[in-house]
Design a protein. Sequence first.
Length: 198
Amino acid sequence: MKRTRLAALMTGLAAALTLTACGVPPTGVIEAGEAATGMSSPAPRTAKLVLVSLYFLQDGKLRVYARKTPAPASVEAAVRMLFAGPTVDERATVTTELPLLKNGPQVKAKSDSTVYVLLPTEVSPLSQPAMRQLACTVSNADVTLAALPSTAAVGGTGGDAEEPPVAKPGSPARTVYAVGDGWSRTQRADSCPEAVRS
């Protein structure tokens, strides 16, 4: 029994000497302030939504519908929503003469007041009511557009010699050219119902 106690005492003494030899000073309880808590994350930010005005047809007349889209809105986003057609609820009162497209057309600016909507090759020439829907939607999407490359051939004609300007924010696009495979249509955004404002 004495040997067991002696062995335990010797083992404890050896451990204490080893710690001291390594430079670890003996310490008491260290006060370190409040207990640690989990890391907090900031509340998730919700994307700011803005209203975009889309133009559909009710008994052959233009009617404006507001849609929410994340800010900043773009003309291309508005055109894509327009070519996706009315929602299920909207179909109860309005229709569209535009073809339904899963992937919307490209939208480019030629000047501060002229916009080109470049349609897929399978799209047939647009009707006059469809062009009015398109022109009013584009005209009331009040944001910057990408410039159409100066080398682009639009509506069967070559591009200009100089780089076209980019539409500035706040510049309404008053004239819209819809361009398909071998055809183009032009429509001014005249007499559009008043757009919905955010």
